[in-house]
Design a protein around this ligand. Structure first.
Ligand code: 5GP
Ligand code: ZN
Length: 119
């Protein structure tokens, strides 16, 4: 069923506590933790607890939860004191765009110069 945990999904395992992570924030619908290979001083991943392969699939199936992911991203930016200077929310979507984990996630990146356009 859509949204159900997937046995072979790393981020479902992190939500379930089966794989450890440095947790930043938890809500009823979302889970946020530090990226294991940070690309900036602040690099937090915000994911829905429910399993969807990417952010668009999440938005189509559960738009309120997609909005929760963005709301939490903003709260993390406030907590990390980067909201004022600026931060980037990235949803890599598809292998060709660099997506490697097929459970929807927002990258929240900040704390260094962020080039535009991104690579
Ligand atoms: P993607 O490339 O799919 O947009 O992002 C996946 C992210 O997950 C990468 O930035 C990668 O560093 C991170 N990641 C992969 N495995 C783990 C893990 O076991 N723990 C944590 N905290 N992050 C992970
Ligand atoms: Zn998953």
């Amino acid at each position: 069923m859509a949204g159900e945990p997937q046995a072979d999904c790393l981020f479902c395992k992190i939500v379930a506590g089966e794989v450890p992570a440095t947790v930043v924030r938890e809500t009823e619908t979302t889970f946020a933790f530090r990226d294991i290979n940070p690309q900036a001083p602040t690099h937090v991943l915000v994911i829905p607890r429910a399993h969807y392969p990417d952010a668009v699939a999440l938005a189509v199936a559960e738009p309120a939860v997609a909005a929760d992911v963005l709301t939490v991203a903003g709260q993390i930016a406030e907590e990390e004191k980067v909201a004022g200077t600026g931060y980037r929310i990235v949803f890599n979507t598809g292998a060709g765009a660099g997506q490697t984990v097929f459970h929807a996630h927002a990258h929240v990146l900040a704390g260094r110069g962020l080039a535009w356009p991104p690579g």
